[in-house]
Design a protein around this ligand. Structure first.
Ligand code: UDP
Length: 310
């Protein structure tokens, strides 16, 4: 049994991590300032002796009494809509928050895993994206606040690894979906499902030919914990390599919801990547991991969650 801190533990991926870690018999400390996370995601764990919630802004000094074996650093706005609304908080949590987390890891001799992102590749000119691709990011565009914060966070993690010998992991997470995403989160899967269930037109940005590769949350959690256990300090991509364009995704969601919704085209957000697909060769060989839940199955489970909410 380990004692593990999850920052951003009340968020979408964070809360699923807390749940899996508790099920695996670990003691979980969940830190979140509830800026984009929600207590409803972790309510089922309240009252357990092996779960502690800390309402904590991780850009401030983090005090954790007692030993700590690992830190999973997931605190950050992660939806383009959220980080466009919260640009300074996004930069601060990626930079100052990562610094506090690394200082804590050094103090406690704890392993630390950084939730990085496919956004470090920007609007990629190499396809699919491998970890050795350095990316194509606009530092001063609206998405730069997230992309550059995560790129800085990766650099800081490597510096603590090299200078202080901290045992570090970096996972680059590609589009992930599933239950507990916020209805108003702005990302394409919750937007389309909520619109289809309400019989509204689906808002396709641009011509809808841009691609993404969607990974179901349970697969992502398995990949993250495999990386914590078995990865080395170099970044590893985690995602589902099956690539779809946004029109295909819209049609799938309309069909799975049994909806009569139509499509409504809106402008493409600035610097919206045209393609995105992970090369997961490194995760396959290093971790023995690959996704197992197909898009239809994962969407059906996610639609069931949103139906329960409404
Ligand atoms: N998108 C869309 N309609 C929406 C929300 C998003 O067409 O209601 C598009 C968006 O422009 C992008 C893709 O879907 O090309 C994925 O967007 P998301 O916000 O989920 O995450 P991203 O991959 O851009 O970080």
């Amino acid at each position: 049994m380990s004692r593990i801190l999850v920052t951003g533990g009340a968020g979408f991926i964070g809360s699923h991590l807390c749940e899996r870690l508790l099920a695996d018999g670990h003691q979980v400390l969940c830190a979140d300032n509830l800026l984009t996370g929600s207590l409803s995601n972790i309510e089922p764990f309240f009252g357990r002796g092996d779960f502690v919630f800390l309402k904590q802004d991780v850009t401030q000094f983090i005090h954790i009494p007692g030993p700590l074996d690992a830190i999973l650093h997931f605190a950050s706005p992660a939806s383009p809509v959220d980080y466009l609304k919260l640009p300074i908080q996004t930069l601060k949590v990626g930079a100052l928050g990562t610094h506090k987390v690394l200082g804590l890891a050094k103090e406690k001799a704890a392993k630390v895993l950084l939730a990085s992102t496919s956004e470090v590749y920007g609007d990629p000119q190499v396809h699919p994206q491998r970890e050795d691709y350095w990316g194509h990011v606009n530092p001063i565009g609206p998405r730069g606040v997230y992309d550059e914060a995560k790129r800085f966070a990766e650099a800081l993690v490597m510096a603590y690894h090299r200078s202080h010998g901290v045992d570090t992991r970096i996972v680059r997470i590609f589009n992930t979906y599933g239950p507990r995403m916020r209805a108003g989160d702005g990302r394409v899967v919750p937007n389309f499902i909520c619109q289809a269930l309400a019989g509204q037109d689906l808002t396709v940005y641009g011509d809808g030919k841009q691609t993404r590769s969607f990974c179901y949350i349970d697969d992502m959690v398995s990949g993250i914990l495999a990386a914590l256990d078995r990865a080395d300090s170099d970044p590893v991509n985690l995602g589902n390599p099956n690539e779809y364009n946004i029109l295909e995704l819209a049609e799938k969601i309309i069909a799975l919801c049994g909806s009569k919704s139509n499509l409504h085209h809106e402008g493409l957000p600035v610097d919206d990547p045209k393609v995105r697909q992970p090369d997961i060769g490194r995760a396959r060989s290093l971790l023995g991991w690959e996704p197992t839940v197909g898009l239809d199955e994962g969407l059906a489970r996610t639609i069931a969650f949103f139906k329960e909410q409404s």
